[in-house]
Write a protein of this length. Sequence first.
Length: 166
Amino acid sequence: MERAVVLNSDYSFLGLVSWKRAVKLVVKNKVEVIKASEREICYGDGKMPVPLVLRLIHLVRYVYKNKVPFTRKNVYIRDKHTCQYCGAQSKLSIYHVLPRMRGGKNTFENCVACCIPCNTYKDKRTPREAGMMLKRPPYEPTIMEFLMIKMKTLGIDRVLKDLGVF
């Protein structure tokens, strides 16, 4: 399943859409195709290459909220789907640095991705009490930093570099 990158008219990254949504945007003349794949789709009497990178024709001024929303998925993206103790990349869960039973909150500054064995070992202790060291302290990512991490995770940074966007 292919996805397309959507750029604002000033070439800033806006997000990802499915190839079907990308085709609809092209047909409605809301975007210009910057790069297309070799795969083609048939419609009516014609053929059209599947768009990979799109640029909006009109600038969208307000795009993002002030902060990256705190969600499990966004913590995994920030931590690059890697346990922040042992570096494992499977069977991850969310781990509270300061346990919730001790007043720890559900925030970027208190939560990290952690594999289940490390989370079980740590239990309801702080990392210091458990004798465990975080590979990197938890932090709240900026919107731009978060988007860059997300694009690298999806492998889109190569496409954008080829186009000279970054």
